[in-house]
Design a protein around this ligand. Sequence first.
Ligand code: BJW
Ligand code: ZN
Length: 243
Amino acid sequence: MIDESLIRRLKASKKVAVLTGAGVSAESGVPTFRGEEGMWKKFKPEELANFDAFMRNPDMVWEWYEHRKDLMSKVKPNAGHYAMAKMEKLFPVFTLITQNIDNLHRIAGSENILELHGNIRRNFCINCKKQYNDEHLTLGGGKVPKCSCGGMIRPDVVWFGEMLPGSILESAFKAAETCDFFLSLGTSAVVYPAAMLPVAAKKAGAVLLEINPETTPLTQSTDYYIKAKTGEVLPQIVEAIIK
Ligand code: BJW
Ligand code: ZN
């Protein structure tokens, strides 16, 4: 059962902002980084997802991304993604801020999306910055592709130590600081600056809801915490606000 006061307060909201993390795509078969089922139990994310690792061993890092590109091209949105696309239509202002690079929110039909950490289908040359989408590359060889200028091509995602896209981050903070209701979904809330968004929303007066089967450093600051999978709970929340 979902708390009645949560539904009442969400229903009364005009501006809603949502932050999603890897947990939202877990039920689609995309492994998370951390947590019980985290794929990075063997590797520390900070060691693989950074520019120095790419420069030291470009083929290894590229092969890891090729593997994930392949996986992410095959998976489908789950009930949580679809519920968020439905939710977007129910509020005058709805901003979906995602740390995920897998494109599943867009495939599910969400429109106002801010991708904080890039998108795995895009790539660019580290030398001349020319953009290459996956369809412009031959994937599967385990070797880092080269640009026409000779430079190495990397995925257009944000690695540790790199700045997030400035205008996207700015829009995300604006959405967080001006919303009435903020949802933090399927994120361990340990990676900055994304982890600051729910805190900024709460500080600016928003109601804060977290949904995650495991508690996070954010949990103690929330108004509502639902210990569950997003694919199970979000459709119930949408049903309850439509009723
Ligand atoms: C479910 C579920 C289900 C499971 N339903 N839930 C301030 C303080 C301390 C450190 C820093 C700071 N500011 C900056 C830093 C450094 C660093 C950082 O945050 N480090 C911390 C780890 C300590 N941040 C950065 O470097 C960022 N850049 C930056 O700040 O630039 C300015 C700067 C530069 C130089 C110096 C200082 C400042 C960049 C961060 C980039 C993160 N990139 C990655 C990789 C992207 C590409 C790729 O995918 O390969 O982004 S790392 C990885 O973590 C990925 C994710 O988007 C991100 C967050 O992970 P997420 O989504 O939360 O996933 P998990 O796996 O952690 O959690 C999943 C959750 O789901 C779990 O809680 C489960 O329980 C739950 N779950 N099933 C609902 N069914
Ligand atoms: Zn180039």
